[in-house]
Design a protein around this ligand. Structure first.
Ligand code: NDP
Length: 242
């Protein structure tokens, strides 16, 4: 039977590279996202099933369940991003109201979304399966609400690993450094900032979505059956060489 895989935010960037990997292995892959057109185009390209879903919305996640296979072997909690850039709260709001909305939006997008999705599908996770959540080097860098959300994700994962361990299901975080060629940074990076990020790595180059997909593939493979409750840093050596 084909392995059942759910990749949240699987239509672009890292999620798309992850979904493509599993689709090429012959798995039944479901990819989600909020933009129907983007999602459908990506799903068609790699041979996956698209389902529109906002992973911060419990009702939308409930609806997603009706479209998923009964048995899931791998859940990849990849949906996320820095909502201070993509959906800034504010406008006419009083400053503190804008601040707290922005902060909560980041927690929702990067932490609550993963916890909610995992909770929804946990009964369908198969023995020998894996939950892999995409964290960030931002968790260790003091990167505001986004970094705090990703640090929370790593902490939450520890409890998840303990919860799922008796069912022989692993739970790990893959924490990328700077990954180029995704929508993540959009127009946020000046050439100087980009050069600085690259110069901070040991390898002297940015990561690619495929680099992150390789780490996810490993953690979802039989070779990684004894690895759980870990954060795997995939950042070209940015950790420890700055
Ligand atoms: P992208 O912006 O290309 O990917 C994010 C994907 O998540 C998009 O497809 C987006 O689609 C989807 N998404 C975001 N929020 C939601 C939501 N609430 N519900 C459903 N889908 C959602 O960037 P990346 O591929 O770079 O990012 C993937 C992950 O990697 C993120 O968690 C990010 O924080 C993390 N990361 C990225 C780094 C980088 O340098 N690029 C570094 C470290 C971590 P849509 O907008 O249509 O919903």
């Amino acid at each position: 039977m084909a392995r059942g895989i759910l990749v949240t935010g699987g239509a672009t960037g890292i999620g798309l590279a992850v979904a493509r990997h599993f689709a090429e292995q012959g798995a039944r892959v479901v990819v989600t996202g909020r933009r129907q057109e983007v999602l459908e185009a990506a799903a068609k390209e790699i041979g996956a099933q698209p389902v529109v879903c906002d992973h911060t919305d419990p009702q939308a996640v409930e609806r997603l369940l009706t479209q998923l296979p009964e048995r899931l072997d791998v859940l990849v909690n990849n949906a996320g991003g820095n909502t201070d850039w993509t959906r800034p709260a504010g406008g006419e709001l009083p400053p503190l109201e804008a601040f707290v909305r922005g902060f909560r939006a980041n927690l929702d997008a990067n932490l609550v979304s993963a916890a909610l999705t995992t909770k929804a599908v946990e009964d369908r996770l198969a023995e020998g399966g894996a939950v892999i959540s995409i964290g960030s080097i931002a968790a260790d860098k003091g990167s505001g609400a986004y970094g705090a959300a990703k640090a929370g994700l790593a902490s939450w994962n520890l409890g998840l690993a303990r919860e799922l361990g008796p069912r022989d299901i692993t739970a790990n975080v893959v924490a990328p450094g700077y990954v180029a060629d995704t929508e993540f940074f959009r127009d946020q990076l000046t050439p100087e900032r980009r050069d600085h990020l690259i110069a901070s790595t040991a390898l002297g180059r940015p990561g690619a979505p495929g680099d992150i997909a390789g780490a996810v593939a490993f953690l979802a493979s039989p070779a990684a059956r004894d690895i759980t409750a870990q954060v795997l840093n995939v950042n070209g050596g940015e950790h420890g060489t700055r």
